[in-house]
Design a protein around this ligand. Sequence first.
Ligand SMILES: Cc1cc2nc3c(=O)[nH]c(=O)nc-3n(C[C@H](O)[C@H](O)[C@H](O)COP(=O)(O)OP(=O)(O)OC[C@H]3O[C@@H](n4cnc5c(N)ncnc54)[C@H](O)[C@@H]3O)c2cc1C
Length: 462
Amino acid sequence: MNTFSEAAREIEVKGEYDVIVVGGGPAGVGASLAAARAGKSVLVIEQFNCLGGVATAGGHGHISKYDETNTGRRIVGGIAQEIREALIAEGYGMGGSHGVWFEVEGLKLILDRMARKAGVDVLYHTFFCESIVEDGVIKGVIIQNKTGRQAVYGKRVIDCTGDGDVGYSAGCPYEIGRPSDSKCQPVTLMFTIGGVDWERVEEFKRDYKKQYPEDNVWWKLEGVYKKAIENGDMRPFQTGNMGWWWTNTRPDWVGVNFTHVIYIDTTKAEDLTRATMEGREQCYETIEVYRKYIPGMENCYMISTPNTVGLRESRRIMGEYIMNENEVKGQATYDDAIAYGSFFVDIHCIDGPGMDPTIWRPGSGFKYQIPYRILVPQKVDNLMVAGRCVSCTHVALGSLRVMVPCIAEGEAAGIASAISIDDGVMPRAVDVIKLQRRIVENGGILSEADIVRYHEVEAVAV
Ligand SMILES: Cc1cc2nc3c(=O)[nH]c(=O)nc-3n(C[C@H](O)[C@H](O)[C@H](O)COP(=O)(O)OP(=O)(O)OC[C@H]3O[C@@H](n4cnc5c(N)ncnc54)[C@H](O)[C@@H]3O)c2cc1C
């Protein structure tokens, strides 16, 4: 490799915070709000111009999953539930027991306001560059933005980059992708279209089975895409929709989760650029298919592609414990549980269109607990991780990666950081009983008793 020696230089210290949260996605939102509400000074560093990560900058207006499989009983509360309630109350979205569907711009505004109200310092347009580590303890981070290059000190740092950028730079052990060749799940550029006559799409839906009898569900549109591919109207990059996000607040808009670009190294700018350009081509190709094949969509048009291509998988920072797929499928419980998860093992085909053979769908009543130790990296002290880069296996991540558990992990990491500062201990030595008590006090759900309590309250409210 050709190299260049950068000269050492003095840089400004921007300040010192109790807690620095790197990455303002679902995990970063949970972490920063929780730490600030616990009375800590908090800085969030975010490369884009909004909080929410994949949910906003990634254009993905759907947050899941709040309920135990098929029972409708809510198993996650706290900040994830607050966000859902705010989206619906403020008229940006609609929800079922599974998740919430919303206008992306509405969530950006809600999260800005929540951060301001909690007293979180947010720094947009700022890229995390390096971890400052001394004797195995993280002391802060180096950032770069229009202002220049600066250092920020923090008593605790929480890596919510999704890609494990902070843990990687700090020297924590990590894994990436599937075990055989480190390849990650495909990436997707979301897009939002307008000009949809939804009533006519509903008619098409009612008639769908007659036209495409081989399809099990209409919304995947597998028969439509198959016909379009056979007719040469589209390349075979994907076989079925992964989501069509429609809300009654914008009835002529649809958010489309369909494009698929494989073999992208999510830690390389060149690959992300290639994925974005190919993704954009696929978006426009798909719009042409909708115009030609779907009644009610003859006049649909592109509203937007998002700031960033959506990444399903990247580095996982190895922690005090590594959660595996048998624990997910076996509905594991832990003494140090900080939240529940319940999503199926959702792994998109790594080598082509469709779903991966490792996909796994659970039965009714499925849920598992998430242990605190997967938020605590090996080797480096005063660092925590939350979200897509927690300590788990490639297959376990297929379930853990959805936004509700990411928010809940962030919330737990934020509270744990505050406790660890107050008690003068490293995050790995936090009193877990105290942490769990604080999570539940904040509306979190950690036991069957909590689930029953909330279920009864919600049943009465309905
Ligand atoms: C196409 C797609 C569809 C999905 N569908 C769903 C769904 O329907 N429901 C659901 O719940 N989940 C879904 N997911 C999964 C979910 O969106 C993600 O796993 C989740 O957003 C992860 O949260 P996170 O906070 O860990 O990471 P992210 O959402 O990726 O957020 C990370 C944040 O960190 C910032 N960041 C990263 N590196 C740096 C850096 N060096 N400097 C500064 N900032 C940085 C990013 O800009 C981003 O804002 C989907 C994911 C994808 C990609």
